[in-house]
Design a protein around this ligand. Structure first.
Ligand code: 5AD
Ligand code: SF4
Length: 446
């Protein structure tokens, strides 16, 4: 029998990218084959994100473009999953009547059964009920076959209810996977040639807290550190309030843990942090940064910053700028505040004008560019270890990889180096990457 084809388009975060890999695993088991041309597909899944309004708008315009394809190919099954699907449920089908399937963040494991039902009945299906336990947590991502880097979900959901954020409503409460299962999955990935793993969760450093399985996140890192074949461990995302001293010490004691942490600060004003329900002050955050740098002087620290939260004054915004100058992040993701329905912050109104938000965002981004380039320039002359990921996007003669501190480095080399850890001497620094040359010399910096 001829195989059917599935095409998945993913919007949003790494968590969504990984969910798409799980969807692929499930559908491959049900006889589907992945394809990268949506015109050939029998099943198209759009995996959505709704964390900011802009992300949601992108999904709607993509669905608009698919209308034509659906008309040309009536047998095509078109489904949406992820946070926007969870949020909109059956309203999605009212708005986009040519959709066949809407499935929520807790329903991924049911996908093969839902697709079969649509094939038989030709009727649309909406499945968005939260489950007591998220069954898809344990589905491995087979599509990481042949890759040197893989994601593993270790927990999902969030209990923090930051006032601006929809995630707790759309992903449900925190749930951690079993310690053993995670270790076994890492072993199996290592067996298939994976060298670098990224542990994923909305709040990875509260791993174990809600399931009280006797192990916390630092224990998990130490366990994975012992697994042969794995060379690098990364994780994202962590909440500052859950960054324990025990976890900070892992950066010096756990060999494979890379010297990088993404630690979203969101704002520099204590007043705004309180309104955001972040549960720390800027003093607490600075103390954690100092501790991280004392334990691991080379650590790279990246962050998320929101500008224009309701009621943010010039003075509050200046506190964000002052905090950035004090910390000097290696990189940030920065966002205009966008009101999300149902959140506590939505009750405050969207009081900062788009013009003020834009100007504040511009100031934050240009300051960060100064800091990023300054950090990059400090690398020139260093010998660093790069895990080679593939060919560079810009030149067929160049290879690309990352330092342990998560900086992109391009260098002249050939594809036989893919998957290998090589030493590179940094020669040039740019805003988004570094450039270097292969060397036999010993590493001088992470
Ligand atoms: N508006 C703007 N940015 C947001 N984020 C989450 N919710 C919102 C919102 N409503 C940002 C936060 C978070 C990142 C993933 O997205 O900075 O850390
Ligand atoms: Fe959203 Fe806050 Fe949870 Fe992060 S910690 S997912 S920002 S509620």
């Amino acid at each position: 029998m001829e195989k059917k084809h599935i095409f998945i388009q993913t919007f949003g975060c790494q968590m969504n990218v990984h969910d798409s890999e799980k969807i692929m695993t499930l559908m491959e088991r049900s006889g589907y084959e992945s394809c990268d041309d949506m015109r050939k597909a029998d099943l198209i899944i759009i995996n959505t994100c709704s964390i900011r309004e802009k992300a949601a708008q992108k999904v709607y315009s993509q669905l608009g473009r698919l209308k034509e394809l659906k008309r040309e190919k009536p047998g095509l099954i078109l489904g949406v999953g992820g946070c926007l699907a969870q949020q909109w449920g059956s309203k999605f089908i009212e708005r986009i009547p040519f959709l066949d399937l809407v499935f929520g963040t807790h329903n991924i494991h049911m996908l093969p059964e839902l697709v079969t039902r649509i094939e038989k009945t030709k009727a649309p299906v909406v499945q968005i009920e939260f489950q007591e336990s998220v069954k898809s947590l344990n589905i491995p991502a087979l599509s990481s076959n042949g890759k040197i880097s893989a994601y593993i979900t270790i927990m999902q959901g969030c209990n923090n209810f930051c006032s601006y954020c929809v995630v707790p409503y759309l992903r449900g409460r925190e749930e951690s996977r079993s310690f053993r299962e995670i270790a076994d999955e890492v072993k199996s990935l290592a067996h298939r040639g994976v060298k670098e793993i990224t542990l994923l969760g909305q709040n990875v450093n509260s791993y174990g807290a809600s399931n009280s399985n006797g192990h916390d996140f630092a224990d998990l890192l130490r366990e994975i550190d012992k697994i042969g074949g794995i060379e690098r461990i990364r994780f994202t995302t962590s909440h500052p309030k859950d960054l324990s001293d025990k976890l900070i010490h892992c950066f010096s004691e756990t060999d494979k843990l890379c010297e990088h942490i993404h630690l979203p600060v969101q704002a520099g004003s204590n007043r705004i942090l309180k309104m955001m329900n972040r549960c720390y002050t800027i003093k607490d955050y600075l103390e954690k940064v100092d501790k991280l740098r004392a334990v691991c002087p080379e650590i790279s620290i990246t962050s998320d910053i929101i500008v224009g939260f309701p009621g943010e004054t010039d003075r509050d915004f200046q506190a964000t700028i002052d905090m950035m100058k004090k910390i000097r992040f290696d990189g940030i993701f920065s966002f205009n505040y966008s009101e999300r329905e149902g959140t506590d912050a939505a009750k405050l109104g969207d009081t900062v004008s788009i013009f003020v938000k834009r100007e504040r965002l511009r100031l934050v981004q240009s300051l960060q560019e100064e800091h990023t380039i300054e950090k990059h320039r400090a690398h020139v002359g260093n010998i660093v270890e790069i895990l080679v990921e593939g060919m560079s996007k810009n030149s067929r003669e160049d290879m690309t990889g990352r330092t342990r501190t998560n900086k992109i480095v391009n260098f002249r080399g050939n594809h036989e180096l893919i998957g290998k850890a090589v030493h590179v001497k940094i020669t040039d620094a740019y805003l988004h990457s570094l450039r270097g040359e292969l060397t036999e010399e010993e590493v001088t910096k992470c």
